[in-house]
Design a protein around this ligand. Structure first.
Ligand SMILES: Nc1nc2c(c(=O)[nH]1)N[C@H]1C(S)=C(S)[C@@H](COP(=O)(O)OP(=O)(O)OC[C@H]3O[C@@H](n4cnc5c(=O)[nH]c(N)nc54)[C@H](O)[C@@H]3O)O[C@H]1N2
Ligand SMILES: Nc1nc2c(c(=O)[nH]1)N[C@H]1C(S)=C(S)[C@@H](COP(=O)(O)OP(=O)(O)OC[C@H]3O[C@@H](n4cnc5c(=O)[nH]c(N)nc54)[C@H](O)[C@@H]3O)O[C@H]1N2
Ligand SMILES: [Mo]
Length: 702
């Protein structure tokens, strides 16, 4: 432990052991080589066996971000009109004094709830999210934020059904005879799962992929259910129906370990293969094959991803998919059951180390950012403090978000590592350190590892860590801190509150595994963490906004004008919008060749994707990478990656999912037309297309 000494940092070459905090299930252990104080190489380290000697290209090239043109080096304040990106450098003292003064002014004028902290923290470990920041905004009495942009529907479903029961470990996938990847694309989102899937296939396992796209693994699957986005619920219910009606449900298991099986059966009853297939736009015979395969196979594992949750039926779909191993009797063997997020199974709660309890202030759903900024509320939002998040790129209804950020009477702070699309609208910009420059405790949500992250280099420019900046503001606002805290102090405070086995393992090895070990078996080592220890197949008290109650299907939002379902899946080039600044090529929309022909479009065309919320101009790739009726544009694009500086979120509604107030990105329904030549030329194409490189994303399913 401990970073390289100063003299080493400036002269020698040293290697620092750390871990990746980015929002990915894998939590890789890293060896960072440093020469003359600069990062020269990032690679896998052996500390986390799960990393298995390799890491993704994104993190291998992370130094391009650390030292890139978009890196924020100094605090700055706005000098030109909002959104124009004109700033002047100021000192930290000036910037923080201005923020503290504004916070107090707003509080006096309209009350503390007129301040809204805006963060998600997916790419943050235990130190840079929910430590001093939470203390600050709670003590100040700011509005609270419901952090629902991801995992809210699936999380609500999972917690209600299983409590915090852990998952099947990826390393146990080779024991399965059937693997179902349901709305998950590990080739982009969790690359260390892929070799285990391939190993299982080598040993004879069958692979089923449920995904509107022909992902790499879908191409290698025994069965690909290329369903219409948002229809997973009825597909899963059709399998339940088959299991119940054909006497294939494990009634002994259901009687002993579950509640609500009869009600689930009732809800599944109408969903014959034909009914479900008509809605999902697939062949009913494929659904029958799927159901039969699932019934017959053991060990069978379902990797429940997040692709299925980002729509109006997302929570119910997660319930129905997660209920499959219970009804099918798949638990109790290695390689059998489900994998979801493992993060809850650690039982670590920030409330253990954050002293101040949450105040009873109002809670604002982050998916509603645009309308919250634009609507009259009592009080309205007058100060927005953005950190660990890039809402212009990642929240639904981008045009409303941007319009809100343009409000003259809004004071916006953006605290980030790079000059994000959101930072362009800031009144004050604060530069943040990256994980290569501060301490962190990182957590995996796929594998079972918690690791110590430590700095490899000094902060770049004048950047500072979240721990330091939020404690500085606590001191300035007289909220119980005498002076700013160094991240090692935050580290020690959190360390002290960690349960012993985790704490000691982190100190000894820099890596901790849970008490039940890294490869637990469901219903041998892991049991439901619900109040009565049972699986709640029909969690009566779980609130749903769907008319018709739990497991009710809400129809497709497509209209005659906007028939195409636009999805925006994870790309191997970015993590959400992180690293999006490094994208070299203009983004492309994927469309099925027959949909293109119908519209008189051809491969390479510049196109306009539009609906009533907005429009996106980009290039077109045609082929069979997406199902008919679905189009796909990568998640996490920066605005500069499209021809008109709008991304898929300009087309995503800010409606909420059935459970958990989740985002409905994939409920975007659109039409696509050729971008007229005149309009195309009017765009500032040279802005991003380097001469001689009108290459597109072709060759990779983004
Ligand atoms: N490289 C990379 N890795 C990442 C991320 C990233 O942005 N880039 N993001 C991280 C984060 S924040 C998360 S939450 C996870 C997400 O991890 P995943 O769940 O694997 O990723 P998604 O891209 O959200 O969705 C997975 C698949 O669902 C499909 N899909 C879309 N709509 C539907 C639908 O209605 N039903 C079904 N069955 N499938 C659908 C998409 O085509 C996609 O292939 O990945 C994490 N890892
Ligand atoms: N259309 C569409 N949109 C989506 C999705 C989708 O599927 N489709 N997926 C959604 C999902 S799954 C997620 S999780 C969200 C994620 O959305 P966001 O939470 O906005 O995540 P990022 O885009 O990674 O932005 C995180 C920002 O935090 C900054 N940051 C990182 N570490 C620190 C730190 O220590 N201090 C400070 N101050 N800043 C830091 C990074 O530089 C980065 O700019 O996006 C969602 N948006
Ligand atoms: Mo996410």
């Amino acid at each position: 432990m401990g970073m390289a000494k100063d003299d080493e940092l400036s002269w020698g070459r040293s290697t620092v052991e750390t871990s990746c905090p980015l929002d990915c299930p894998d939590n890789c252990s890293l060896a960072v080589s440093v020469e003359k104080g600069r990062v020269v190489k990032i690679d896998a380290s052996p500390r986390n066996a799960f990393t298995d000697g390799y890491i993704c290209a994104k993190v291998r090239n992370f130094a391009d971000r650390v030292y890139g043109d978009d890196r924020l080096l100094y605090p700055a304040v706005r000098t030109g009109p909002k959104g124009k990106g004109q700033f002047k450098r100021v000192s930290w003292d000036e910037a923080l004094a201005q923020i503290a003064a504004q916070m107090l002014t707003v509080k006096r004028r309209s009350g503390a709830e007129a301040v809204l902290p805006f963060c998600y923290g997916g790419s943050n470990g235990l130190l840079t999210q929910d430590t001093n920041d939470a203390e600050l905004f709670r003590r100040f009495g700011a509005s609270r934020l419901a952090r629902t942009v991801c995992a809210a529907p699936s999380g609500a479903a999972f917690l209600a059904m299983y409590g915090k029961m852990g998952s099947v470990a990826y390393e146990d996938y080779p024991d399965a005879t059937l693997i179902v990847l349901w709305g998950a694309n590990p080739s982009a989102s969790s690359i260390h799962l892929v070799p285990h899937v391939r190993e299982a296939q080598k040993r004879g396992a069958k692979l089923v992929v449920v995904d509107p796209r022909r992902t790499v693994l879908a191409r290698h699957a025994d069965l690909h259910i290329a369903l219409r986005p948002g229809t997973d619920l009825v597909v899963a219910l059709a399998i339940h129906r088959h299991l119940f009606e054909q006497g294939l449900a494990d009634t002994a298991f259901l009687d002993a370990h579950t509640t609500g099986a009869a009600r689930l059966r009732e809800k599944a009853a109408p969903w014959t293969f034909e009914n479900a297939a008509a809605i999902a736009r697939v062949d009913p015979k494929d659904l029958e094959r799927f159901a039969t395969l699932y019934a017959e196979s053991s060990p069978a594992v379902v990797r429940c991803g997040w692709g299925l949750e980002r729509n109006r039926n997302g929570g119910h779909a997660s319930l129905a998919v997660l209920a499959l191993p219970a009804v099918g009797g798949k638990f109790g063997v290695r390689g059998g059951g489900y994998s979801m997020s493992t993060s809850a199974s650690w039982g670590l709660k920030p409330s253990t180390w954050v002293e101040t309890p949450e105040p009873p202030t109002r809670t604002i759903n982050m998916n509603h950012l645009g309308q919250v900024l634009l609507e009259q509320r009592d009080p309205g939002i007058e100060l927005l403090f953005v950190y660990n998040c890039n809402p212009v790129a990642t929240m639904p209804d981008q045009n409303a978000v941007v319009k809100g950020l343009l409000r003259e009477d809004l004071f916006t702070v953006v605290f980030d590592q790079v000059r994000t699309d959101t930072a362009m609208y800031a009144d004050v910009i604060l530069p943040a350190t990256t994980f290569l420059e501060h301490y962190e405790i990182t957590k995996s949500y796929g594998a079972y590892a918690i690791q110590l992250g430590q700095p490899a280099i000094e902060p770049v420019g004048e950047s500072r860590s979240n721990m330091e900046v939020f404690s500085d503001l606590l001191a300035r606002l007289d909220l119980g801190r005498e002076e700013p805290e160094h991240d090692t102090e935050t580290l020690m405070r959190v360390f002290d509150k960690l349960p012993d086995p985790i704490r000691n393992q982190l100190i000894d090895k820099g890596l901790a595994t849970p008490a039940f070990g890294p490869r637990p078996i469901q219903f041998v080592d892991l049991f439901p963490q619900t109040a009565d220890g049972k699986i709640h197949l029909f969690p009566e008290n779980l609130p749903t906004i769907a008319p018709g109650g739990l497991y009710a299907y809400q129809p497709d939002p497509a209209t005659e004008r906007y028939p195409l379902a636009l999805i925006s899946p994870a790309s191997e080039k970015t993590v959400s919008s992180t690293l999006g600044e490094l994208r070299q090529r203009p983004a492309s929309l994927y469309m099925h060749i027959e949909d293109a022909v119908e519209r008189g479009l051809k491969d390479g065309d510049p196109v306009r994707i539009y609906n009533d919320l907005g429009e996106v101009h980009c290039l077109l790739i045609t082929g069979d990478a997406v199902a008919r009726g679905t189009v796909s544009l990568a998640k996490g694009l920066w605005r500069r990656s499209t021809l008109n500086h709008s991304t898929s979120n300009a087309l995503s509604p800010s409606t909420l999912s059935d459970l958990g107030g989740g985002a409905c990105f994939n409920d975007a329904r659109v039409e696509v037309a050729r971008l007229l030549k005149a309009a195309f030329e009017a765009q500032d194409v040279a802005f991003f297309v380097k001469p001689g490189s009108v290459a597109t994303d072709r060759g990779s399913v983004h």
